[in-house]
Design a protein around this ligand. Structure first.
Ligand code: NZQ
Ligand code: ZN
Length: 392
C-alpha cells in the first residue's frame, strides 16, 4: 500500500428536506454576503431556488444571485462572477446545482481571492493561495465536485477544457437531498452514474496491487451504482436508489477510493475533457463512449488487474488467461453501458469528428506534445489520437 493523505473536510448534510437547513448552515461562517450561483433554470422550475432563498432570508443572510451556468461551464461567466462578487463584497458562494455550477463557483472563489487571471491556475501556470468558502446544494449525482478538490472550466476562446485541483476549493458543506435528483432526465441520471463509476475505475485500474480494503470499497461502490442505475431506469422516483447513487457519487470522488493507490490512471477523463470542450457532450456519456477503446488499448500492460476488475466487479468467470478474462470484463462493462442507454462509441455519442478534429483533440490533450497522460500505459499524443480513432 502506498503512503497517502486523506483529507475530506466537507460537512455532509444528507437526506429528505435538508435544503431547508441551508440558511442555518451558512450562518456558522459569519459571512456578510452570499452569491447564490445556479445553472440554466432547472432549480427555478423545481422551486428549489425559491426554497433556498427563503431559507437564507429567514436566517437573516444577505445574498445576490447569478444564474446561467451551462454544462461544461464557461470561463466568461466565471469572470462575470468574479467582478460581481468584488463589487458586491461577497464572501461566501452557495452553488445550487450540479458539477458545472459547483465548478464555476470554485473558479469564481479563486478569482476573488487571488490576484491576476484565474485561468492561469487551469493552465497550471501557478498555484492558487486561497478560495472563497463554497457551500453546495447538489441536484445531480455525478461529478462529485460537492466533496472534491477539483474544478473543470471551459475557455470559449479555442474551446479548451481544463481542470484545476486544490484543497482550498473543497466545499465547506454539501447539502444532499436525493429527492432533488428525481427531476433529472434519464440521460443525465445515467450519464451521472457512468461518471461516478469512472471516478473509482480511474483509481482502481492502476499499477499497484496490495490494497485489499481500498479494492473492496471500490468494487462494492461500482457494483452498487450499476445495480441502482438499473433500478432507476425503470423507477426514476425510487428514493433508496437515488440515495445510494448520490452517496456513491461523493465517496467516489472525495479521495476514499484512491487511498493507498498510485493515484490512478485518469487518461479516460483527460480524453473525454477534449470531447466536452469541443462538442459540449454530457461528461459521463463522453466517458462511456471512449472507455472501451482506452481499455483495449492499454489492457496488455496490466491484464491481471483488468482480470480482477472482470471477476470482482463484472461477475465474469475466470477462464483461460488473465488477458481472456480481462477482455470479457471490458466487454461486460460496455454491455452495461448499453443496458442503461449510454453510448460506447463517438458515433453513438452523437459526434462524428473530422480527421482534423481528431488530431486537434489529441494535440490539445497532450498539451501540444508537452505532456503524457495515464499510468496503466503512459500515453502520448499519437496514442491519444489512436484511441479517438478506435472510438469512432
Ligand atoms: O443547468 P440546469 O438547468 O440546472 O440543468 C442541468 C444541466 O443541463 C441539469 N440538471 C441538474 N440537476 C437537475 C437537472 N435537471 C433536472 N433536474 C435536476 N435536479 O443537468 C445538466 C447537467 O448538469 P451538470 O452540472 O453539467 O452535470 P454534472 O454534475 O455531470 O457536471 C458535469 C461537469 O462537471 C465536470 C465535468 O467535466 C462537467 O464539466 N467534472 C467535475 C469534476 C469535479 N469538479 O470534481 C470531476 C468530474 O470528473 C468532471 O470532470
Ligand atoms: Zn468525471
Amino acid at each position: 500500500m502506498n503512503n497517502f493523505e486523506y483529507y475530506t473536510p466537507t460537512k455532509v448534510v444528507f437526506g429528505k428536506g435538508t435544503e431547508l437547513e441551508t440558511g442555518a448552515l451558512i450562518q456558522g461562517y459569519g459571512c456578510k454576503k452570499v452569491l447564490v450561483h445556479y445553472g440554466g433554470g432547472s432549480v427555478k422550475r423545481s422551486g428549489l431556488l425559491d426554497r433556498i432563498c427563503q431559507s437564507l432570508e429567514s436566517s437573516g443572510i444577505a445574498y445576490i444571485t447569478l444564474g446561467g451556468v451551462v454544462p461544461n461551464p464557461h470561463l466568461s461567466l466565471v469572470y462575470e462572477g468574479i467582478e460581481l462578487c468584488k463589487k458586491e463584497g461577497v464572501d461566501f458562494i452557495l452553488a445550487v446545482g450540479g458539477g458545472s455550477v459547483i465548478d464555476s463557483a470554485k473558479a469564481i472563489g479563486y478569482g476573488v481571492t487571488n490576484p491576476g487571471d484565474v485561468w492561469d491556475f487551469y493552465e497550471k501556470k501557478r498555484e492558487a493561495e486561497a478560495c472563497l468558502p463554497v457551500g453546495t446544494v447538489l441536484t445531480i449525482a455525478a461529478a462529485g465536485s460537492e466533496m472534491s478538490d477539483s474544478s473543470v472550466i471551459t475557455k470559449e476562446d479555442g474551446w479548451i477544457k481544463r481542470g484545476y485541483s486544490s484543497n482550498f476549493s473543497r466545499p465547506k458543506f454539501s447539502v444532499m437531498n436525493p429527492e432533488l435528483t428525481m427531476t433529472l432526465p434519464e440521460y443525465q441520471t445515467m450519464s451521472g452514474c457512468v461518471d461516478i463509476m469512472m471516478h473509482t475505475m480511474e483509481r482502481y485500474l492502476n499499477r499497484v496491487d496490495n490494497m485489499e480494503l481500498t479494492d473492496g470499497i471500490s468494487e462494492h461502490l461500482i457494483r452498487t451504482v450499476m445495480k441502482n442505475a438499473q433500478i432507476l431506469l425503470n423507477e426514476p422516483k425510487n428514493y433508496e436508489a437515488r440515495a445510494e447513487v448520490m452517496w456513491a457519487g461523493s465517496l467516489s470522488h472525495n479521495g476514499l477510493t484512491g487511498c493507498g493507490t498510485d493515484g490512478g490512471d485518469w487518461a479516460t477523463h483527460q480524453i473525454e475533457h477534449e470531447l466536452g470542450g469541443m462538442f459540449d457532450v454530457a461528461h459521463g456519456a463522453g466517458l462511456a463512449a471512449v472507455w472501451g477503446s482506452w481499455a483495449r488499448y492499454v489492457v496488455s500492460e496490466r491484464p491481471e488487474r483488468f482480470a480482477q476488475f472482470a471477476i470482482n466487479i463484472m461477475g465474469v468467470e475466470a477462464s483461460g488467461s488473465d488477458m481472456e478474462t480481462a477482455l470479457k470484463g471490458i466487454e461486460a462493462m460496455e454491455n452495461f453501458y448499453r443496458s442503461v442507454n449510454m453510448p460506447t462509441s463517438l458515433k453513438e455519442l452523437g459526434v462524428e469528428p473530422t480527421e482534423d478534429q481528431l488530431k486537434e483533440m489529441a494535440e490539445k490533450c497532450s498539451y501540444w506534445g508537452k505532456r503524457t497522460i495515464g499510468c496503466v500505459k503512459v500515453l502520448d499524443g499519437e496514442d491519444i489520437y489512436r484511441i479517438y480513432q478506435d472510438a469512432k
